[in-house]
Write a new protein. Structure first.
Length: 432
């Protein structure tokens, strides 16, 4: 199952309801599928190889719950090659495919009580899209069935999920060898030394969190975290680039997903003097608001910090990344604490940044400089902070974070904090 090469597919951003009412066209499709499955005559239709351009379009999707299976039916404009496989711990179905365009009209969210809990889609790497389905229980994935265009529909791809035992699921789950090798090669490429740093310039790496298949938090006003932090990273990058004493690099400058360990590797490959990761927070209490800054600690500053770190560190699970044992020189970083000197330098920048940002934006009133075990902060030789720009779950924060004036002001304030951190007086002062 985990090596199947299939054809066509894409889905929607939130998760199509697992209990969708079946309209007449859907019934017609199921009837046609049943007819084909029972047909002992000609072989099932096979699509030709995918065309390089333009990118195929995913036009619609539906999920149907049946007594013996859960069925996905996806309509695409053109043939698309894809891989379908399962991953355990947590249980997921991953659909890996070339880049596609997603033109779905907001498929409804699932009930979450069936086999499917949720799903998401997006760009995983440049030229590579991915669709990840979270499961409530172990399921076996069938070979996709492709229906050729007819009756006003484009190509329809049908994937059935059948219940299996937990042992059967674990035995059949895992990454296809070639895809695992591809991911390992990408990680090793990120570790390659970048161009030799310019001695007279400080290297600042700006990390826009989430991206691509992982949208992060969704705001009460519809603003997505991945879009907010990318825009803010670009603004901060431009602000720092105006200064002659910095060389600036971004871990991503488009809507693409980058695994957490790879973000760390990028900072180290550039010999970064400072790593700034941008995020936006959420909280069950809609009244909680304000910017906060995190530095590394094996123990969180409070239960909320621990919970936030756990959520952010789940990003690779969301994107369907291989979570197998360490397979790079970065792996020990994820186990050991960063060097004490690096942690002190990180705390010094965080203290200055809180002061610089005060008056520019609302600051979390209770302990705005916080500590948690974020994966992206664990490079032993790169001072690093994670800035939560505000709470997308708070109406006031979400509104101001959606304004260009606010974003420009925050970018300037962070840049001023960077100036202060690298100033000769501050750099030579005792650590906090």
């Amino acid at each position: 199952m985990n090596r199947r090469l299939a054809l066509g597919l894409g889905f929607g951003a939130a998760l199509a309801a697992a209990t969708l009412a079946v309209a007449d066209p859907a019934k017609d499709t199921d009837d046609l599928i049943s007819h084909i499955l029972k047909d002992d005559g000609p072989a099932r239709p096979v699509l030709p190889a995918a065309r390089p351009a333009p990118e195929p379009v995913v036009m619609s999707a539906r999920i149907g719950e049946h007594e013996d299976r859960t069925r996905f039916v996806v309509e695409v404009s053109d043939p698309v090659q894809m891989r379908v496989f399962t991953l355990s711990n947590p249980d997921r179905v991953v659909i890996d495919m070339p880049a596609v365009q997603w033109h779905l009209d907001g498929p409804p969210r699932p009930s979450g009580t069936g086999a499917v809990r949720s799903y998401r889609y997006g760009l995983f790497r440049s030229g590579n899209s991915r669709f990840v389905i979270d499961l409530n229980k172990p399921m076996k994935v069938s070979d996709p069935l492709v229906l050729p265009p007819s009756g006003g529909y484009g190509y329809r791809v049908v994937i059935d999920l059948f219940p299996v035992s937990p042992d059967q699921f674990v035995r059949s789950s895992g990454w296809p060898a070639d895809l695992k090798a591809r991911e390992a090669a990408a990680e090793q490429l990120a570790l390659l030394p970048a161009a030799a740093p310019t001695p007279e310039k400080h290297i600042v790496v700006i990390d826009a969190g989430h991206g691509g298949i992982d949208s992060g938090t969704s705001g009460v006003n519809g603003l997505q975290e991945k879009d907010l932090v990318l825009d803010e990273a670009l603004r901060l990058g431009r602000e720092l680039a105006r200064r002659p004493n910095y060389t600036v690099h971004l871990t991503r400058d488009t809507d693409v997903y980058i695994p957490l360990k790879e973000r760390v590797a990028i900072a180290r490959s550039w010999h970064a003097d400072l790593f700034v990761s941008l995020h936006a927070d959420s909280n069950p209490d809609p009244n909680v608001s304000g910017l906060s800054i995190y530095t590394l600690s094996d123990a969180g500053s409070d239960k909320e910090a621990v919970a936030l770190a756990r959520k952010e560190n789940q990003s690779d699970v969301i994107a369907g990344v291989d979570l197998g044992g360490g397979n790079s020189t970065v792996a020990p970083i994820l186990i050991d604490l960063a060097q004490r000197d690096t942690m002190n330098r990180s705390s010094r920048f965080a203290t200055g940044a809180v002061a610089s940002l005060t008056g520019t934006t609302d600051i979390l009133p209770r302990q705005p400089h916080r500590a948690a075990a974020f994966v992206v902060l664990k490079a032993p030789d790169v001072p690093a902070v994670l800035i939560e720009l505000g709470y997308l779950s708070n109406e006031s924060d979400a509104a101001q974070m959606n304004a260009a004036r606010w974003r420009n002001g925050v970018a300037r304030a962070i840049a001023q904090a960077v100036d202060g951190y690298f100033s000769p007086v501050t750099a030579s002062s005792p650590y906090p």
